[in-house]
Design a protein around this ligand. Sequence first.
Ligand code: PEP
Ligand code: MG
Length: 757
Amino acid sequence: MPQTFSVPRLLINRLRNVMAGDMEADTRLQKVVTLIAGTMVADVCSIYKRTDSDELELVATEGLSVSAVHQTRLGLSEGLVGQIALSGEPLSIQDAPRHRAFSYRPETGEDPYHAFLGVPILRGGRVIGVLTVQNRTERIYEEDEIDSLQTIAMVLAEVVAAEAPTAGPGAAQREARPVNLRGRILCDGLGLGAAKLHDPVVSPARYFTEDPEAEARRLRNALTTLRESLDRMLASDVSAIFGEPREVLEAFKMLAGDPVWAKRLEETVKSGLSAEAAVDRSRREHKIKLENANDPYLRERLHDLEDLDNRLLRILSGGDGSASNGDDGDTDVQEVLIARRLGPAELLEYRNSGLAAIVLEEVAPTSHTAIVARAMGIPTIGGVGALGSVVAPGDQLIVDGEEGTLHIRPDEGLLDAYESRRILRTERQAAFQALREQPSRTRDGTEISLMLNAGLGIDLESMAQTGADGIGLFRTEFQFLVSDTLPRIDSQIELYRRVLDFAGERPVHFRTLDLGGDKLLPHANADDEENPALGWRSIRFALDRPGLFRRQLRALVRAADGGPLSVMFPMVTIAEEFFEAKALLMDEIEWGRARGHPAPSELRVGAMLEAPAFAYGLSEVAGEVDFVSIGTNDLLQFFNAADRMMPTVSERYDVVSRPVMRFLDFIKKECDRLGITVSICGEVASRPVEALCLIGLGFHTLSMPAAGIGPVKRMLRSMDLQSFVEPFREAIYSSNGAFRNEVLAITELQGIVVSDN
Ligand code: PEP
Ligand code: MG
C-alpha cells in the first residue's frame, strides 16, 4: 500500500484558484505548470497528453522551449515519459540523460537537466498523460514530492482531458462521428439507449475544500453510511437470493471497516482536498495496481477495493452507494451501462434498473459477469477495448448482442433498422411467452421434454416464465464462482433447498462442481495451465479435492432431506472416475443416515458425457449409471479440436454436420443398446435447427438456456417427427451436399419453423 501523502496546503490553495478561474484549458495548463515549477522548486514542469493516435504530445511546459509545445511527440513506449505512460507508475531518476530509456529531443532544449520525476495522469483507469518535473542538478526526489505530484496529476486529469484534441485537424469532428466497435457476445439480444458510465467521474470543481475539518466529518459520515449500507444488504432479502455473493459482501464489510484505509483518506482530506478527491485518489491507485497485478487472488482483492472506492464515491455524490444508485428503472430513458470491468455483485445491483444493455471493456477471465448478465437476460458484449475516449455519457448506443457489435452515435438509418429489429424481437418474445402453457409435443404426438440450464437465483424466474419442465443442468459451481471465499456448507444447503423447493414436482439435475478450465475460482491459487480445457478440471479436480467435493455431496444429500435427489458428475472420461465419485456420494448418504439425516427417497446418479472417450466407455458404467447427459459445449470443442472460449475458432465447425450427427447417433444407439437414459444439455439445444436434428436423432430431453425454450418449442410443435426422420437420416449417411442446407430444405418442404426468434 502506498504511504500517506500530503500536498502542501499552499499549493492546494493556489491550484484551487487556477482551477476556479475562467480560462481556456490550455491557458489553465500553462498556469498550472508554472505554479508547480515554482512551488516544487523545479527548473522544468511539463505536461504530455496522450493523443488519439497513442502518442504523447507536449501540451504545456515551464522551462523547456515554448516552441516545442504541440510539436514534440513521443511514442507510447518512447523515452522516460513513454515508460511512465506504459507502466502507469511514477518514475524518479537522479540523472536522466544517463538512463537507457532517455530519448533526447533537441527542440525542447532539455540538455542541461539531470534530475527527472514523472507521474502518470490517470482518468477512468487509463493513462491519459504524463506530468513531469526536472532539475538542472542531479538529485533524488523525496517520497513526499512524488506523492504530491501524483495528487496534482489527479486534480489535473479532467483539465488535461478537456484540453483541445491533439490528433491533428479533424479530430474534433471524428469524436462526434459514428463509431462501430467489435466485441464478444456475452449475452445475446439487442439494446438501444444512452450511455451511462458505471464509474462516477469526480468533477474538478469538487477537488478542494475550504474547510478540511468539516470535510473530514463528511468523509466519516460517508464511511458510516457505506458500512451501514453493507450491513443492510447482508441482512436484506436481496442477499437471500442464492447466487447473491454473500461472501463478497462480507469481504466488503471487512475492508470497509479497515482503519488504515479510513486514516489515509482522512489525512488526504486534511491536506485541503475534498473527500471525493481523496477517494478518487485511492481508487486510481487501486485501479493501476489492478492493471499491473497478475496474481488472480490479488486482482480480486484489488477489485474489491476499487469497488468499495466507487461505492464511497457514490455516497459522497449523494447516492445510496449501490452501483445503480437506487435507480429502479422507472424513467423512460433507456440506458446502456458502460463499464471497464464489472464484478458479478455490482452487476446484480443493476438488476432492477431496467438497463437496455451492457458493454464491458474487459471481460473477466472467469466471465462470472457474463454468467450473471445471461441470467438477467440483458444483452451484453465485452472485450471492446478502451471506450473512455470514444464514448461520453449520454451518447446514443446500439448494442448488438446478436452480432457482437457496438454502434456509437449511430446514424438515423441504423437507428431505424435496429429499432425495428428490437421491436420485432420483443413481439416474438411475447409470442414465446404465450406458448408457455402449450404442450411441448410434436404434431404427431411425441412428447419432448424441454428443461432449463440454470445456476443462479435469477434463473428460477426464467423457469416460471418459460414453463420449462425442470432443470436439466444446475451448474453448482456458479455459487462458488461468484463468491470470494469457498461457500460454507450451510449456504450450499440453503441454495440447493431453494432450488428444490422452487422446482416442486419438476426434476432438478444437480451437476457437481465443474471447476477448472475457464471456470477458475478467485480464491483458488490455480497454477497456470497451457491448456486449461484439457487440464485439471471438473471431476478430475473434484476427486483430487475430496474434502471440498464431499462437503458438496453432503450439502446435496442434506438439501434433499429425504426427498428425491438427482446428481450428475461433469466430464467423466473413464468409468473409474464415475465409480469413485458415486462411492463418495454413497458414503455421504451413509454418513448422514448414521447421524439421523434421511437418505434420498429416490436417488439418481448420472454422468456427463463431455469427453469423447467416454462415448466408448459407456458399457463399463451400464447398470451403475442412472442417466447420461451429453454436455455438447465441451464435447464438441474436443470433437472438433476448437476451443469454445476462442471466438476465432469456436464457431468454425458447424454442429449441424455429418461428423457430429454420426457421432451423436452412435452415442444414442449405444445408450439404447445399454438401456441408459440419455439427454442433451449445452447451448446447441437452444437453437431450433440444432434442436431439430437432436430430436431427429432420438434425443427427447433437451436442456438449454432460458432464451432457447420458446423458439425450440415453436419449432417442435410445427414438426411431424416421423416424416422428418427418414429424409434426415438419409442425409446423415449420404455423402454429398452441404448437410445444413439439406436439413433446411427438409424443414422448408415440411413447414418446420426454425427461425431463431
Ligand atoms: C457442456 O459442456 O455442454 C456443459 C453443459 O457444461 P458447461 O457449459 O458448464 O461446461
Ligand atoms: Mg461442460
